[in-house]
Design a protein around this ligand. Structure first.
Ligand code: GLA
Ligand code: ZN
Length: 711
């Protein structure tokens, strides 16, 4: 089967023919004999492991129950010890040893961390950070995404690997680079990027007139008379031109995507029988547009570290922690994004936490049951496989604290048995379940222009796009409603409701899409700052909410950043309930054709509309002008969803997640207890429970972090 057929096939990943009889024989029982192994594996570092241990490792992995490994993504030093002098003999040896134990191999190209000889010889490849400082070639991800020389060297390296491993038995696929968005400095501001930006602008605008007009360079005497004058947004005597800054964020994303695609071209050509992916954290690690990054690879891969979320959730020095629900729902959001970015295609968790995680500090030790829970959570949201990070635990280097399945002394980690059992259970679900689809009735918009433009000009320092999206997602998650992530440029007719918080930039295409969606019967729910800017990053020359004013049936009276003062909100009709507080932002609405569902209660705008609902065509549009606290937001969004006919798969307590995957007539409903307490769930009918094999009905009790898969 060639790549084209692989991509077309709904069950592509599992039905990719494998010529290798050794690997074919490791297919789980339910898989047709011509299928690749189910993708349950580990991330492994033969380059960091004494060769004398490779065989033992491979044997132990086989015993452990995994069937693939991802290797080599940080091994450039060993694969090209001096410029043009490749050495793949050691890697072939490692692949052969792994294959002898029936491990399939995903190879990583190593462009995330070039060796010291390279940065010494070509210091111009180093990234320059947003303060104009050249980044030291010490950690990883310290190179410039646009630097032509670095990109050539990376492609040469990938070409060398591809040639050497194209027909090596055991190798099944590739990971290009490693986590394009996770680095200390997200964007580069070097001279190469400046030249690349100018070139990109020339292609985008065609003429300087168009650029000057779009950016409004009349302001502060910034009129460019030659593309070579265009700067990058480094510190200056005032904030940058917002149009320039937004284009620069777009350009940096483009540069990263283009560098991935250069490697993709050679891998496609030289390894037509291998799958190709890249691993990343989409949406909230937001320097590269994930829709673009994954556009041409075969499937999305995502690195999942709930423990990392816990470290960040501690709120730094403040000692306060985020609610558990927010951590669990943020991870769920990443999974839903990973599935949605390629239109619902199952994704691979390329790295999954398997113990305490951390670089200079440790995340908490996962409680008993949490590692299993997080694996099931990934599968519940559309993962087709999971690689655990990492097999062993490094005794040296920046991640000595990042615990794998073996401890520093190679004894089994506290989570080893739990993960081994989880893998067996998940394999038992079989390829049909693991490759089934996830049907969501509602979509949540994540738009990179709105995200980046808000980061450039938040309006009120606490306004953050990622936070708003996470809070809206968390509200729906808490209501046990399945959600797809969209950018609101595609056909939305399969959804009952589109939620779109903080859609600060609205493109003409999005406006058309949303207008059609509502006109044809969809429900559009949006929030403050809707449509304030156009795609060029200018404030729209229209009464707000700009292009969508007729759909929303309101005109903004005023938009109000809120600092120490507060606003009250009083609900009526559909949303009736206790009064709420509005912090951070209030859009004050004047209904034109819309009805009022909530009003402000204080100050100059007391009595004016805070939330409205408008009938438009066959659908309706809700405007949440008030920025509500999470509990009130959750109540409001779930009432609106219910009013649009969206039903949760099951009724369950807060902290219990419910997600359903479907294939034809079959469905798998995952019930996941994210709390450390037992939780009861009442079922409306009898189900078969996949893990125990029994039948369940009535009220079932999930143990702390307990999981059930109901069919
Ligand atoms: C990331 C990277 C890995 C490793 C792990 C743990 O996801 O891809 O190389 O650094 O995190 O830190
Ligand atoms: Zn650069």
């Amino acid at each position: 089967m060639d790549r084209r057929v692989f991509l077309k096939s709904a069950t592509g990943t599992f039905c990719l023919a494998v010529a290798d009889p050794v690997l074919r024989s490791v297919a789980a029982p339910a898989i047709p004999s011509n299928a690749v192994p189910l993708l349950f594996g580990v991330d492994y570092y033969p380059d960091q492991t004494e060769e004398s241990l490779w065989e033992q490792d491979a044997r132990m992995m086989a015993e452990f129950g995994v069937t693939n490994v991802r290797i080599a993504e940080f091994a450039w030093s060993f694969m090209e010890p001096a410029e043009g002098k490749y050495d793949f003999a050691w890697l072939h040896k490692s692949v052969d040893i792994l294959r002898a134990q029936k491990m399939a191999v995903i190879l990583g190209t190593p462009s995330a961390a070039p060796p010291p000889w390279l940065s010494q010889k070509y210091p111009e490849v180093l990234m320059v950070n947003d303060h104009g400082m050249t980044v030291s070639p010490e950690g990883r991800r310290f190179t410039c995404p646009s630097n032509k020389l670095y990109r050539q060297l990376s492609v040469a390296m990938a070409t060398g690997m591809a040639k050497s491993f194209a027909s090596t038995p055991g190798v099944i696929g590739w990971q290009i680079d490693n986590e394009y968005t996770l680095q200390t400095f997200g964007r580069c501001y070097c001279n190469s990027c400046r030249a690349g930006f100018q070139e990109w602008l020339r292609a985008r605008y065609g003429s300087l007139d168009a650029l000057n007009k779009t950016w409004g360079t009349a302001f502060w005497s910034q009129v460019y008379t030659d593309f070579s004058q265009v700067p990058v947004p480094l510190p200056s005597g005032g904030p940058p031109n917002p149009g320039m800054a937004l284009d620069y964020y777009r350009y940096q994303s483009h540069a990263n995507v283009a560098s991935l695609e250069e490697q993709l071209i050679v891998l496609r050509k030289l390894c037509p029988n291998h799958f190709i992916t890249t691993n990343n954290v989409p949406l909230l690690a937001d320097t590269v547009n994930a829709y673009d990054l994954f556009a041409k690879v075969d499937f999305v891969s995502y690195d999942n570290y709930p423990g990392f979320a816990s470290i960040h959730a501690q709120g730094g020095d403040s000692g306060t922690s985020l609610p558990l629900d927010l951590i669990a729902s943020t991870i769920a959001l990443m999974h839903d994004a990973s599935r949605s970015i390629k239109g619902g295609k199952p994704f691979l968790v390329m790295e999954e936490q398997s113990g305490k995680a951390g670089q200079p500090t440790f995340s908490p030790q996962p409680d008993k049951g949490q590692l299993k829970l997080w694996s099931y959570q990934a599968v519940a949201h559309g993962a087709m496989g999971i690689n655990y990070f990492r097999w062993d635990t490094a005794r040296f280097g920046a991640e000595e604290y990042w615990h794998g399945l073996l401890n520093h002394d190679r004894a089994k980690s506290p989570g080893y048995g739990e993960v081994a059992q989880t893998i067996q259970e998940l394999k038992g679900l079989g390829p049909v379940a693991l490759n089934s689809s996830y049907r969501a009735d509602v979509a949540l918009c994540f738009d990179y222009d709105a995200d980046w433009a808000t980061a450039i000009q938040p309006g009120q320092p606490k306004v953050k796009y990622g936070t708003e999206v996470s809070l809206w997602y968390g509200s729906l998650w808490g209501g046990h409603i399945g959600v797809d992530i969209v950018d609101a440029t595609q056909n939305l007719s399969r959804y009952k409701v589109l939620f779109a918080p903080l859609l600060y930039v609205v493109s003409e295409r999005q406006a058309r899409t949303i207008r059609d969606f509502v006109g044809n019967g969809g429900v559009f729910v949006t929030g403050f700052r809707l449509g304030a800017k156009d795609s060029g990053s200018q404030i729209v020359n229209l009464p707000l909410p700009g292009l969508l004013r007729d759909v929303m049936g309101v005109t903004l009276v005023d938009y109000v950043p809120i600092y120490s003062e507060k606003q009250g909100v009083k609900f009526s009709s559909l949303l009736s309930g206790p009064d709420a507080e509005c912090h951070i932002w209030a859009d004050v609405l004047k209904p034109e054709s819309a009805g009022v569902l909530a009003t402000y209660t204080m100050g100059d705008y007391a009595g004016q509309a805070a939330i409205t609902k408008n009938g438009f065509g066959k659908g309706s549009a809700f405007y949440l002008g008030a920025r509500l606290d999470p509990a009130d937001l959750g109540r409001v969004l779930n009432i609106i969803a219910a009013s649009a006919g969206v039903k949760p798969a099951l009724q369950a307590a807060s902290g219990v997640e419910v997600a359903t995957r479907r294939a034809g007539e079959s469905s798998w409903t995952f019930v996941l207890n994210h709390t450390s307490r037992p939780q009861s769930v009442t079922l409306e009918k009898a189900y078969k429970e996949q893990i125990s094999g029994g039948t369940v009905s009535g009220t079932i009790t999930l143990e702390p972090y307990g999981v059930r898969v109901l069919t």
